[in-house]
Design a protein around this ligand. Structure first.
Ligand code: AP5
Length: 248
């Protein structure tokens, strides 16, 4: 049985084009919330350029040194850097059936570079799932977010609090009580999760990133999800967006 499964997997891994899903949306839309669930569902990895860049900053690599100040202020890191990171990452064995892109592409130049990379192997973007949320609700989401660094798990003081959270007399979370549900390790807040940096991140999103939707719409791969509702409702719509239409 195991041998038959391996042979089938090898056929898909060697002969069929990879499935490439783009998880699209503004900062705080829910890419990091729903990405891991799609990863579990489809068995392909979620590649977050934000997480990769934060790892480079923490490790003080050359890329990290170039990216640190730009990220803290909410700007975009250069296309050359992120395209290079993705080009290397998608060669890894865990990407052989496909991958989920989170936070990439973010400019038309990155989208065209991705298309060119995929065209070389006869593949193309299979689906773009756009999480649509009005700017007005994003500040509360971003400023209330806490993250588990090791896994990328995302929490929110109001919408997805960790089990350990305790509040002080003024109703604010006590930082020492913010711990990951699974590991018990401390949670942290991102340096760019401030209202000031968010203004810049949203400007960049509307000016540089949104035009990518028009780039992919003619291929019929774009699906829009209302991400301005409770998480369960968003997940239900994401599942619908991922499914092949019954008539196909
Ligand atoms: P990146 O890490 O990609 O950040 P981002 O795109 O700004 O996205 P976020 O991670 O902030 O949002 P999310 O959609 O994942 O939200 P989440 O699910 O956690 O990029 C960071 C920086 O890196 C960039 O600014 C740039 O400098 C650089 N960079 C990265 N990629 C680059 C590229 N390709 N080119 C150039 N530069 C690049 O949700 C947010 C919060 O809301 C959570 O607390 C969550 O619990 C809560 N929440 C989620 N859904 C709901 C809901 N339905 N209702 C209520 N609360 C919810």
């Amino acid at each position: 049985m195991a041998q038959a499964v391996k042979e089938t997997e090898d056929k898909f891994g060697n002969y069929w084009p990879r499935n490439i899903l783009i998880l699209f949306g503004p900062p705080g839309a829910g890419k990091g919330t729903h990405g891991p669930k799609i990863e579990d569902l489809l068995g392909v990895p979620q590649l977050s350029t934000g997480d990769m860049l934060r790892a480079a900053v923490a490790a003080k690599t050359e890329v990290g040194k170039k990216a640190e100040a730009i990220m803290k202020a909410g700007g975009l890191v250069s296309d050359e850097i992120v395209v290079g990171i993705i080009r290397d990452r998608i060669q890894e064995p865990d990407c052989r059936f496909g991958f989920i892109l989170d936070g990439f592409p973010r400019t038309l130049k990155q989208a065209r570079a991705l298309d060119a990379m995929l065209a070389k192997e006869g593949a193309s973007v299979t689906k773009v799932v756009e999480l649509q949320v009005p700017d007005s609700v994003l500040e509360e989401r971003i400023c209330g977010r806490w993250i588990h660094k090791g896994s990328g798990r995302s929490y929110h003081i109001k919408y997805a609090p960790p089990k350990s959270m305790k509040l002080d007399a003024s109703g604010q979370p006590i930082p020492e009580t913010m711990k990951d549900d699974e590991t018990g390790e401390p949670l942290m807040q991102r340096k760019d999760d401030t209202s000031t940096a968010l203004v810049k991140r949203l400007q960049g999103y509307h000016k540089e990133t949104v035009p990518i939707l028009d780039h992919y719409k003619p291929s019929g791969v774009v699906r829009t999800v209302n991400a301005n509702q409770q998480m369960d409702g968003v997940w239900k719509e994401v599942l619908e967006a991922l499914q092949r239409p019954k008539s196909a």
